[in-house]
Write a protein that binds this ligand. Structure first.
Ligand SMILES: Cc1ncc(C[n+]2csc(CCOP(=O)(O)OP(=O)(O)O)c2C)c(N)n1
Ligand SMILES: [Mg+2]
Length: 649
């Protein structure tokens, strides 16, 4: 309000109730059923007293001063956010969006969206990343001009690489003549705010009017949610936020409609089905393929129709881990045996069909037999940028269908069924029986391998997985963390069959994702009453530990089981590799990688932020009871952390 003091605008000029009509949020696909909200939320509470002077304020100008306004641009911006059905805003407070902040909590009633307090912008964005992968719709992040977006940027990059629609709003003061010299507004203002993250956002805009804002907010949502999905960014100009809405201004919010995902060309799908039916040993490779239970069911239907092997690279939960056709535990054998490989949103098909050797001279060799054909169905072919290289090595394929794989599954299944002859069906049955036997043998081998070092201290990662599984297997559980640092034990041993039971990796491989993303995913799981479970690496937690406080403050139930190997272990293995290569011995490889002398106390860290915590636990026999106590806390609706001293992997 201080900035209103010099503006000689009479109260009569303010509009008391802008007619802003928002349509119901409609969607052809994933968003059906999202709440419809109108732009006219509850009337804003009227300020009862003038705000206190802020230290350093310039002396008031003489003449008519404007100290209060009834309805501002930021109120209308909140109407726009509400119209999108957005449930939460994650943010670190920042004065470049102070009006928006106030409008969310007062005008908007702090509900849909509710303000979630974060202590680092990386936390805000990663929370949105995790939340989307459970809920299938974005939450909103506010960030403070230059500095907030700079902190948010790595998390934004992770979301971009993971093709997750993060919806960002940042404050900025474009008009240099209205920038306050007092609040650091010059350092926090920028000519082209989105420039620094444009390489890893799908779209951005800096609206100049409120109507422009309304249209761009809906356009941003639509672009973000159309596969391939990706983050978007809107710059909410501070003046536009804080200025009153003038009487007579006609504003409307367009109906937000998300387009149906692109399906594969029918002729190409028919040819792909023909190749699949004719193949002797077809292999289906899935990675970031499935978003819904229907997608999992269709993938199962396709695999069963063909009795084809499936390997899951685990970019998402795609295919039930205990399904007899799941051959992920014997990837090498099925790739070598395949005469046709179908990649469904397989992000790095090259690495599926080639072995890469990280030696002094880097080399590779094919893993497939000569003549093996490759088909790819991927929305990745619809969208690629230049600078960041997350698109992986170019894969030579025999047929590429540029389309969303999940949306293409129904027509592919239909065509496959249509082309199957009784003779092919008999061959499929034999193939299926062999694959089922191989699946069982591989599962047994994984169980035997997991028993190795069962009573070891620090505790083996397989033992931690088994103890955890024993406690959660009868609950409605959801693993919200990464699992590759844990030797994939849960995926190898547990029965996953629902889309929310595993949500994939960081995308861009940026450490500092896991702790906040798990809190965001747990926030989404809360209303379904699911038990959110995270395997939390120590190094990752140290990047963004305040995510724990956000979970405690907002009563977000989440069980975090520490994979405390007291190291950046992955990096330590790299240093060991270099030491080996240089023939200097690996005994000093812990320097720069290990967190010992002194050891960190993660239970105390969590407790200091109001989170129930136990540990460090180094005796495997103590683990089960500790997990049981922590789960009881989580079931009460709070976060809990069990610090476990683990083997490195
Ligand atoms: C932002 C960022 N900085 C550095 C790295 C390099 N890096 C890759 S793995 C890793 C170690 C992570 O340690 P932790 O989370 O404890 O997992 P661990 O390897 O010990 O299982 C690091 C630092 C990265 N990926 N991202
Ligand atoms: Mg570690």
């Amino acid at each position: 309000m201080a900035r209103e003091k010099k503006r000689h605008v009479g109260r009569r000029e303010f509009l008391k109730g802008v007619a802003a009509g928002a349509g119901a949020l409609t969607s052809a696909s994933t968003l059906a059923g999202a709440s419809a909200l109108t732009a006219n939320a509850a009337p804003p509470p009227r300020p009862m007293a003038l705000p206190p002077a802020v230290e350093g304020d310039p002396p008031p100008a003489t003449g008519a001063e404007v100290l209060t306004v009834d309805r501002t641009g930021s109120d209308f911006m909140v109407d726009c956010i509400k119209a999108l059905g957005i449930e939460y805003v994650c943010a670190v407070a920042g004065s470049s969006f102070r009006a928006l902040h106030e409008s969310v909590i007062n005008y908007g009633g702090n509900k849909n969206p509710e303000f979630i307090t974060c202590c680092h912008e990386e936390v805000s964005v990663a929370m949105g990343h995790g939340y989307f992968k459970i809920e299938g719709k974005p939450l909103c992040m506010f960030a403070h001009g230059t500095v907030g977006l700079q902190h948010a940027s790595m998390a934004l990059y992770n979301a971009y690489c993971d093709r997750v629609p993060v919806y960002m709003l940042i404050g900025n003061n474009v008009d240099a003549t209205t920038r306050s010299p007092v609040y650091g507004e010059w350092a926090h203002s920028v000519q082209d705010a989105a420039a620094m993250v444009r390489e890893y956002t799908k779209w951005d805009d800096q609206p100049l009017s409120l109507q422009h804002f309304a249209e761009s907010s809906v356009r941003a949502y639509k672009i973000a949610m159309t596969p391939p999905m990706a983050p978007v960014l809107l710059v909410a100009d501070s003046e536009l936020q804080e200025n009153p809405i003038r009487e007579g201004t006609k504003l409307s919010i367009p109906k937000p409609t998300v387009p149906a995902a692109p399906q594969g060309d029918f002729g190409a799908v028919r040819e792909a089905a023909r190749m699949l039916v004719q193949a002797e040993n077809p292999l289906i490779v899935v990675d970031r393929t499935v978003r819904t239970q229907a997608g999992i069911d269709q993938l199962v239907e396709l695999a069963e129709t063909l009795q084809a092997a499936v390997i899951d690279i685990n970019g998402r939960m795609n295919f039930p881990t205990r399904h007899p056709l799941n051959q992920s535990n014997r990837r090498g054998a099925v790739v070598a045996n395949a005469d046709l490989i179908l990649g469904l949103e397989a992000l790095d098909l090259w690495s599926v069909v080639n072995a890469f050797h990280d030696q002094v001279r880097r080399s590779s060799r094919p893993l497939t037999k000569p003549g093996t054909k490759l088909i790819s169905i991927s929305a990745g072919d619809l969208y690629t940028k230049s600078n960041y290289q997350e698109f992986n090595r170019f894969t030579e394929v025999d047929m590429a269908i540029a389309a969303d794989a999940e949306a293409t599954l129904p027509s592919l299944i239909e065509e496959t069924k249509r082309q199957i002859t009784p003779e092919r069906k008999r061959a499929f049955q034999d193939r299926g029986a062999k694959l089922a036997a191989a699946h069982n043998a591989a599962l047994e081998a994984a169980r035997n391998e997991g028993a190795y070092g069962w009573d070891a201290s620090p505790i083996s990662t397989a033992r931690v997985s088994a103890e955890l599984w024993a406690q959660i297997k009868d609950e409605d559980w959801s693993v919200v963390s990464i699992l590759h640092h844990f030797s994939w034990w849960p995926i190898r041993l547990w029965a996953f069959d629902k889309p929310y039971q595993y949500i994939g990796r960081q995308g861009g491989g940026g450490i500092g994702y896991n702790a906040p993303a798990t809190v965001g995913a747990a926030l989404a799981n809360r209303k379904y009453g699911r038990l959110s479970v995270s395997i939390q690496d120590d190094g990752d937690l140290l990047f963004a530990p305040t995510a724990l406080w956000t979970a405690a403050h907002h009563r977000i139930p989440l069980l975090s089981v520490m994979h405390n190997n007291r190291a950046y272990h992955e990096e330590m293995m790299h240093v060991q590799r270099m030491a080996d290569r240089h023939q200097r011995g690996i005994d000093r490889a812990g320097i720069g990688c290990m967190f010992t002398d002194p050891n960190m106390d993660f239970a105390k860290l969590a407790q200091s932020m109001g989170v129930y915590a136990e540990g460090p636990i180094d005796n495997p026999k103590d683990l089960g009871p500790a997990l049981r106590r922590a789960i009881a806390v989580v079931k009460r609706g709070e976060p809990a952390l069990v610090d476990v001293l683990t083997q490195p992997r």
